[in-house]
Design a protein. Structure first.
Ligand SMILES: CSC[C@H]1O[C@H](OP(=O)(O)O)[C@H](O)[C@@H]1O
Length: 410
């Protein structure tokens, strides 16, 4: 195992055909890379959320099928049939049901193999080659697409601010983690924030600039507090961490009362989230709490002038769009274990004589009575009528037509 203070969630050695992932359950404290050698290793790591984020879990799953196949071919074990490989792939799809990237990628791999081979055929190096090429392309395309998505987000944000005749500093609210730790790099919603931070700086003369990011801590698994804060701090992007239940007060303080929060008075102009599954009509499943953010923006906008309105942006690569599902009503929402809500895990922190924080052993702390009824859906669905724009790697952001409908087909 290696430790590495990096934002690289996934490491794949093309020559050695070796896969390791950053154990994200230990972040934001020093963590380790753990090897993924089998489909079962990947299932467990995805299920436990040692790796999470819709694009990242699809990439890790695809690479895991590649590595598993490679190691099996090298072993002296009984050759595997295509049917057996397909069955393992179908098992891996069940590790997390809501994020469509996972099922899309593994279904693509299944189709690729079955287009050229019969179920009873032996898994040979030719099968491996198909899977390897697909997995490497998925990883590399995701990274390239995230930079395009970031630029498209900047274009949309610039257009809106110009239309609203907005001048000065602005803020962005986001939820969960949608950055390098959730993708192959740069990120989706956090990728837009990275690109905005780089391209809309005060000294670049556009007349408006990003002053503050407000990441929601994202209960109950705290991806915002643990992961997005880690990324924003790493990139030196100005941010202030808030609880999920603070967003209404934040917007009321900044945008309505025109007062400051900490040292910033920049109004919230955008709420930017990721997605785990965007369906045909634009309804978008994302981390629990996202629907609430869309509702909050809608509530304020009902009182705001056009120039004051807050825009709600969903950011995702096209691999997150599910054209098989017509509306959000049909999206399966993953429910997770109760203990994610009734306990908190983390290291013991102590400050030594030199004032340096030392990271000790990992503990689990109870924050609710044991054996109680808990509801822990990992996602909710923001209806398309509350979404202003869906930003992908395609050139222009998708916005609704005069009938209030998205057309996500290009
Ligand atoms: C680019 S990540 C997309 C999406 O995935 C996250 O879910 P999880 O942390 O449970 O894997 C979150 O909903 C992000 O918005």
């Amino acid at each position: 195992m290696s430790t590495d203070n990096t934002l690289q969630a996934i490491k794949f050695d093309k020559e050695q055909v070796a896969l390791s992932i950053l154990d994200q359950l230990l972040l934001p404290y020093p963590t380790t890379y753990i090897p993924i050698n089998t489909i079962e290793d990947a299932f467990q790591a995805i299920k436990k959320m040692q790796v999470r984020g819709a694009p990242a879990i699809a990439i890790v799953a695809s690479f895991a099928v590649t590595v598993d196949t490679h190691l099996h071919l090298k072993s002296k074990d009984q050759p595997r049939t295509v049917a057996q490989l397909v069955s393992s792939i179908e098992y891996l799809i069940t590790s997390r049901p809501t994020a469509v990237n996972l099922s899309n990628a593994l279904t693509d791999i299944k189709k690729l193999v079955l287009q050229s081979f019969q179920p009873g055929d032996e898994v040979t190096s030719k099968v491996f080659d198909l899977i390897y090429k697909y997995s490497v392309a998925l990883f590399e395309d995701d990274l390239a697409n995230n930079y395009k998505l970031g630029d498209n987000g900047v274009s949309y944000i610039t257009k809106i601010l110009q239309q609203q005749n907005f001048k000065g500093p602005f803020s962005i609210v986001t939820i969960c983690n949608t950055g390098s730790l959730a993708t192959s790099g740069h990120g989706t919603a956090l990728g837009i924030i990275r690109s905005v931070h780089q391209q809309l700086k005060q000294d670049l003369g556009k007349g408006f600039w990003l002053d503050q990011v407000y990441p929601c801590e994202t209960r109950p698994y705290n991806q915002g507090a643990k992961l997005t804060s880690y990324e924003l701090k790493f990139e030196k992007i100005p941010f202030t961490l808030i609880c999920d239940n603070m967003v209404t007060s934040l917007i009321n303080t900044l945008n309505v009362q025109k007062k400051s929060v900490k040292s910033s008075s920049a109004p919230v102009k955008f709420i930017i989230t990721g997605a785990d599954r965007i369906v045909e009509n634009g309804d978008s499943a994302n981390k629990i709490g996202t629907f609430q953010l869309a509702s909050i923006a809608n509530q304020f906008n009902s009182r705001f002038s056009e120039e004051e309105k807050i825009k709600f942006i969903v950011a995702a690569p096209r691999t997150t769009i599910d054209f098989e599902t017509k509306t959000g009503e049909d999206i399966v929402i993953e429910e997770r274990p109760s203990n994610e809500l009734t306990t908190l895990k983390g290291p013991v922190l102590s400050v030594n004589e030199a004032g340096v924080t030392e990271v000790g052993e990992k503990l689990t702390v109870g924050i609710a009575p044991p054996d109680i009824s808990v509801w822990n859906p990992a996602f909710d669905v923001a209806p398309h009528d509350l979404i202003d724009a869906i930003v992908t790697e395609d050139t222009d952001a998708f916005v609704k037509n005069s009938n209030g409908e998205f057309n996500l087909r290009v």
